[in-house]
Design a protein around this ligand. Sequence first.
Ligand code: ZN
Length: 219
Amino acid sequence: MSKQNCSMMRDLLPLYADGVCSEETRKAVSEHLAVCSSCRAMLEKMNRKVALSAETDISAIKKIRKKLLAVRIAVIAAAVIILAGGLYAGYIWAVTDCSMDYVKYDLANNVYVEEDGSGDLWLCTKGNASALSIFAYPTLSDSSGGHLGHDGQSFDADKKSGMGYTLKMMRISAISPFTYGSRELRMRIGKPDPEIKYIFYYDDVNDIEYVLWGEKPQT
Ligand SMILES: [Zn+2]
């Protein structure tokens, strides 16, 4: 086999290896390869190189995929953390408050008014009332049962006769850890105004007064 023939064949080998040469060329190269071991060796080398580079490509793709997956996991984790943080914040801040049910939270035994030595009145809470309440909303009542705050239109400011408090809780606080514990709370009402004859707990949902101190005038 002439060296010149080999050099021509080697020019054709890449096309042969890729299978893109004409049928005639393919035949000629095959015939030459059958009798030329050095060209055969060249072809083998070429094929190995192609296979190797394909393998390298696959492992590079796998690496990129792994990186993308890690990025995706990080993004999802960040989103979950942000969402959870938002919910946590919403848990505390965006939850609406609501009146505490007098019967459900046993307020008859947990809310009372006390007079101290100097004649000041104190609104006192304990148990559930202290654990769950976050605000005490005051309201005034008039002699015909109207309430300032609940139904301001019927309230007669000139005939006020009682002062009431409604305890408010976060709607969700009953199942949340964000309560104030079960210690007693005392809120100073002060010396009773002569016009104020009684102090009451006001269930503003059902419009019911529960007298805590003094006497409700008969209407
Ligand atoms: Zn050859």
